[in-house]
Design a protein around this ligand. Structure first.
Ligand SMILES: [Zn+2]
Length: 285
């Protein structure tokens, strides 16, 4: 069970005023590791029922609306991860409606999904995928089952992210690559207008999210959990392999320069909504 009175990354006990209170939730910011975490919620505030049908179709979510965009993005992210591992066994944790599973299938991987939502699992199974019931603290797989583990917008949904990473480590093969995307704590709307932004609002993301990572907090928790960070967001825009011909090489080079400049600007101005990290198990001697 989470200790609501201490930072779930570095375990420093809460001291001082909350980062913000939005009744009935309280959020604290850890001065030691730059994590914002939920420090109080009423009993029974969030149940598994929250992640059933309405979660994917209700309100403004419309999860399936940009399906091809989501699949394409997952393909690029998996491609980045494959630079660090040769294995094909993919686990998508929080597989939702199967976008990353489809991306894995298109890349010739062997995708398996896990999700606590029955609605999500059913949607994946209908597309011919293996999708099983499981939670971050108890993944239903033997040790070292996977070479690529993808976890997009999932780690913020647990009050015990360290316990989750410990369990993920167990199912990773020695050469496995872990790909994580989470909301960026320092996204400007969450940072400068936090009372208005959805991050902390109990009727929006604040209901289901427990932790918001800065880049440094995400790096810290991964390293303390036995992983080494191999690449950050910019890996998404890695230099594409130049094709034959000078014109193609110049075009690729210009594209890379523009994307690099944009990445630096987006980071500097806190425009980036999402943090994306690739990590691998650290082979301690
Ligand atoms: Zn901390």
């Amino acid at each position: 069970m989470p200790n609501w009175s201490a930072c779930p990354v570095c375990e420093v006990v809460i001291d001082g005023d909350p980062w913000l209170t939005m009744d009935p939730l309280t959020w604290h910011r850890c001065g030691a590791c730059d994590l914002v975490f939920k420090s109080k919620e009423p009993d029974g505030f969030l149940t598994d029922e929250h992640y059933e049908e309405d979660y994917f179709t209700g309100g403004s979510r419309q999860y399936d609306k940009r399906r091809e965009h989501r699949i394409g993005k997952a393909q690029r992210q998996l491609d980045c991860g494959r630079e660090f591992t040769t294995g094909d066994r993919l686990l998508d944790i929080g597989c939702s409606l199967g976008y990353a599973l489809e991306a894995g299938r298109r890349l010739g991987l062997e995708p398996v999904g896990v999700d606590l939502s029955e609605t999500a699992r059913r949607a994946c199974i209908e597309q011919g995928f293996t999708a099983v019931d499981g939670r971050l603290d108890a993944l239903p797989f033997p040790d070292q089952s996977f070479d690529l583990v993808l976890m997009k917008h999932v780690l913020e949904h647990t009050p015990d992210p360290k316990g989750a990473l410990h369990e993920i480590k167990r199912v990773c093969s020695d050469q496995a690559c872990l790909i994580i995307a989470v909301p960026n704590l320092h996204y400007f709307k969450g940072r400068f207008a936090r009372l208005k932004h959805r991050y902390y609002n109990p009727r929006h993301a604040g209901r289901e999210h427990y932790v918001y990572f800065s880049r440094s907090a995400l790096t810290k928790i991964l390293e303390e959990s036995g992983f080494t960070v191999r690449a950050h967001s910019k890996a998404l825009f890695k230099k594409r392999r130049a094709r034959d011909g000078l014109a193609a090489i110049i075009k690729e080079g210009l594209w890379f320069a523009v994307m690099s400049a944009w990445q630096a600007l987006a980071s500097g101005l806190s425009l980036r909504r999402e943090l994306f990290v690739i990590a691998q198990l650290r082979n301690d001697p």
